[in-house]
Design a protein around this ligand. Structure first.
Ligand code: 9Z3
Length: 321
């Protein structure tokens, strides 16, 4: 029997880690329902293309994943992400003619709601003569938000799928990616979600709330297997894949983005720093590092607008190659 080389051994151990992650994960509560909705959505995208080639579909991940510490979860570890990047990018991809699967963390920013106050229900409406109506000061934003959201849903351009835990996120991402496999190069992944690096396996988790009377807490967290490799290699190998690299230290950011690009064979890695993430990002590809800035002359302009324009161009080149 031929001896395994280093890369085969690495792939084998990654497969083992991934298998054990999925085997030990609690089954998705509404798995069959999510699966049906995703399949129907993707079927509709193919139908709508008619005879004109294929439609482009992007899966946008948004928000942070949680790591539960108890099965009947009271406490959890969280990952920072407001969901602004994913929500704003959803609007720009829809504008560019993409179908969007928006895989988002429950409670984070939603597309079309960027200009609304934090608590729109309580801050944008008032009661007048026993009727609820939109406040004059917010009526235009509300009309736009509701109108564009309903339109995207009605025309079947947007599918929203929520997650909370790292277990839900990775199971749903796998389900979506495998369903998108047949779209080939017309599929795109825009992985802006902040994904936990460590988790507590379900089988080693306490059933009930951890008791503080037991003294200091000692917990062994296991590394979350790097699903980016398997997404590229097996789940949807032809899809155009963009991942994100977040750092707080600018000195290591571009190097780490470059390493991720090569290690996971991404088409581009968007590098961003926590404090400046709304002003500038750097798109790192195999041949260039392109800084993308927000247009500072327009108060409401965001960095996602030029970023999505650039990524759509890159995706077009990939499709035509
Ligand atoms: C990002 O870097 C996103 O751009 C942000 C967006 C989470 C910073 P907001 O949601 O912020 O608009 O508030 N996302 C990816 C972060 C991440 O976890 N990347 C992993 C890493 O850096 C690779 S998958 O190791």
């Amino acid at each position: 029997m031929a001896a395994m080389n280093d890369s085969e051994t690495l792939q084998d151990s990654l497969h083992g880690e991934i298998e054990s992650f999925f085997d030990s994960a609690p089954p998705l509560k509404d798995g069959p329902d999510i699966s049906r909705k995703v399949k129907e959505f993707i079927e509709r995208t193919s139908l709508s293309a008619g005879g004109k080639g294929a439609s482009r579909v992007v899966c946008i991940t948004s928000g942070g994943t949680t790591v539960p510490l108890e099965k009947r979860c009271v406490r959890y570890i969280d990952n920072f992400s407001s969901g602004h990047r994913g929500a704003a990018s959803t609007e720009y991809f829809l504008e560019a003619g993409y179908f969007v699967i928006f895989l988002y963390r429950r409670g984070t920013c939603q597309p079309f709601c960027q200009s609304l106050p934090e608590d729109p229900l309580l801050e944008c409406f008032e009661v007048k003569e026993s009727n609820v109506q939109a406040c004059q000061s917010h009526s235009e934003e509300i009309k736009r938000a509701i109108g564009e959201h309903c339109d995207a849903l009605k025309r079947g351009l947007l599918l929203k799928v929520p997650f909370t835990t790292i277990f839900e996120y990775l199971q749903i991402l796998q389900l979506i990616a495998i369903s998108m496999k047949n779209l080939g190069r017309y599929a795109m992944f825009f992985l802006a979600a902040a994904v936990s690096d460590f988790y507590l396996p379900w089988k080693s988790m306490e059933e009930h709330k951890i008791q503080s009377a037991s003294g200091p807490l000692d917990m062994h967290l296991v590394q979350v297997p790097k699903m980016l490799s398997v997404l590229r290699r097996e789940w949807a190998p032809m899809a155009f894949c963009i991942s994100f690299k977040l750092e707080t230290d600018s000195k290591i950011l571009l190097e780490k983005a470059d390493t991720a690009l090569k290690k996971y064979k991404m088409h581009a890695v968007v590098a961003n720093e926590l404090l400046t993430r709304k002003e500038v990002v750097v798109v790192v590809t195999g041949s260039e590092k392109i800084p993308v800035h927000r247009d500072k002359t327009v108060a409401s302009a965001d960095v996602e607008s030029p970023l999505i324009k650039l990524l759509v161009e890159k995706h077009s080149s990939q499709i035509d190659a």
